[in-house]
Design a protein around this ligand. Structure first.
Ligand SMILES: C[S@@+](CC[C@H](N)C(=O)[O-])C[C@H]1O[C@@H](n2cnc3c(N)ncnc32)[C@H](O)[C@@H]1O
Length: 411
């Protein structure tokens, strides 16, 4: 029998046989690899450093089944993977010593263990709600840049340690970078195959994603690139150029400037703009279309322009609430941008950038130049562009002149 008493607080718990039996249910589920999910919640200590919740789920790392523990802190998540025996000891230390509630999900039943005010643990057994899935489904996500492998640019910008471990506070950024690379990697086929690829990143800021782009093209796909990062903030541009000089990259350049004034040094194949403020996204899209970029990726940021203008009798019940009006305006702005790109001959998709759990700014507009619909000599698209959804949306909401008009007016 597993000894649990040494981990119980001396005064507040009785280690009666019933409690030991209940806690053994958890140990045995982990040992038999029957723990499909374990959730520890209701911490005794409430502080920034104390995870508000700890979850554990089975994953397979290099062919070995382990339990992956996730500490849910207020601003970050940390993970570690433990073999069964270590996992049993970890849970014994945490429950009920540090957390008052424990939910255990097994193939046979769901269990709730809860510490009551008298210090005893009460348990409930319910029919199972989770099924065993192949561990293949739970494999550690295969990131394009894996955690654990040293990566010079991630070290230089403070995301990884020199040994290649992602710093716990930077995990969210790390996931965002990888997701962004996946979304670019999917559409590499739309970029020129036989020559240097030219990229512009508008409003590059600290340029985590600009450096990541270079890594994808040069280190992973062995392509020749020239990447320009543009930002109006001189300080961030200086800092980015310092990192470039330190790393000795010749194919990555940063410069100060405004999106709408920028003149590229050559053709632009890929234009990206992530979290550029308010209507700066419209400026980016308009510039990218003007330069006939093959691929455009934009994650819009805050949007303030449309909300005060929106008029719709049919939707008065929605628009009377300020918060919902703002959100409806943000969605409508992105729909107009996507439709404007379609109208300009781009195959356009709107996809989730990163889980809403991580950022509210999670809409990504991805547009690829539709090669089957390049205008012919008389300037007419080969396949006629369908009746403009763009104009219909504008009319429906009674909109006057707005930022996305700059995109359609380029063609
Ligand atoms: C929120 S930051 C995003 C940085 C980076 N793209 C990212 O996603 O991590 C927005 C950046 O866009 C820049 N920016 C906003 N409007 C701009 C404009 N019209 N021209 C150039 N830079 C602009 C700001 O200076 C800021 O650095």
């Amino acid at each position: 029998m597993t000894i649990v008493s040494e981990f119980l607080p001396a005064t507040s718990f009785e280690t009666d046989s019933n409690m030991v039996l209940q806690l053994n249910t958890i140990d045995e589920a982990i040992t038999r690899q029957d723990c499909l999910l374990l959730v520890l919640s209701n911490p005794r200590k409430k502080s920034e450093a104390q995870p508000r919740k700890i979850t554990a789920r089975p994953v397979e790392i290099q062919g070995t089944p382990v339990l992956q523990f996730t500490n849910h802190l207020s601003r970050q998540e940390t993970h570690d993977n433990l073999a069964c025996e270590e996992a049993v000891i970890r849970v014994q230390k945490l429950f009920p010593r540090e957390y008052r509630d424990c939910h255990l999900y097994t193939p046979e039943a769901d269990f709730v263990f809860r510490e009551k005010p008298d210090g005893r643990i009460r348990s409930k057994r319910k029919p199972p709600t989770k099924q065993r899935t192949s561990l293949d489904h739970n494999r550690q996500r295969a990131y394009l840049i894996p955690d654990g492998m040293p990566c010079p640019f991630l070290e230089a910008i403070g995301v990884m340690t020199p040994a290649g471990s992602v710093k716990p506070t930077m995990y969210r950024k790390f996931r965002q970078i990888n997701r962004f690379l996946e979304l670019i990697d999917d559409v590499v086929g739309y970029l020129p195959e036989d020559r240097l690829i030219r990229v512009v990143d508008f409003g590059c800021g600290k340029s985590y994603l600009t450096f990541a782009l270079r890594h994808l093209f040069v280190e992973l796909r062995h392509r020749e690139v020239l990447i320009q990062g543009l930002d109006r903030n001189e300080d961030v541009v200086r800092q980015c150029n310092e990192v470039v000089n330190r790393l000795g990259y010749k194919d990555l350049q940063f410069q100060t400037g405004h999106i709408s004034d920028h003149t590229p040094t050559g053709n632009v194949d890929l234009a990206v703009s992530l979290h550029a403020c308010d209507t700066a996204t419209d400026d980016t899209l308009a510039q990218a279309v003007k330069w006939n970029a093959s691929v455009i990726l934009a994650v819009p940021c805050c949007q303030h322009e449309l909300a005060p203008q929106l008029e719709s009798q049919e939707q008065a019940g929605l628009l009377e609430f300020g918060l919902l009006r703002e959100r409806a305006a943000a969605l409508l702005t992105d729909a107009l941008r996507a439709q404007a790109l379609r109208q300009c001959g781009y195959q356009t998709q709107v996809v989730e950038f990163i889980d809403l759990e991580h950022t509210a700014k999670n809409v990504l507009i991805r547009a690829m130049r539709d090669m089957s619909n390049i205008p012919n000599d008389s300037g007419q698209p080969v396949i006629p562009v369908p009746e403009s959804q763009y104009q219909q949306l504008k009319q429906h909401y009674g909109l006057g002149r707005i930022g996305p008009d700059r995109i359609v007016s380029t063609v």
